[in-house]
Design a protein around this ligand. Structure first.
Ligand SMILES: [Zn+2]
Ligand SMILES: [Zn+2]
Length: 84
């Protein structure tokens, strides 16, 4: 299961089944102004983007919330054809 610790440049995309890798991307805000005041907002707001899908590190991780005890019971009983 992917965690934010796995989100690094060059890592596999955390989207399930996606073969992409993560690459560093910068916001499309007109570009770098480090020549005026380094590091500029453009460079400090870099994020990671998948090369294959549209996932970026500004999105939430595509990982399910941890199951609560109740959800687990519901799932187990649903699998057995018992509905609540
Ligand atoms: Zn810059
Ligand atoms: Zn992807």
């Amino acid at each position: 299961m992917a965690t934010w610790n796995d989100i690094e440049e060059g890592r596999e995309c955390p989207s399930q089944g996606c073969p992409g890798t993560l690459e560093l991307a910068y916001p499309d805000d007109g570009g770098c102004s480090c020549h005026i005041a380094p590091p500029c907002g453009h460079c400090t707001s870099s994020f990671l983007r998948c090369t294959e899908c549209d996932w970026t590190s500004e999105d939430d991780l595509p990982v399910a919330e941890p199951e609560t005890e109740l959800d687990r019971f519901r799932r187990v009983f649903k699998d057995r054809g018992v509905m609540f």
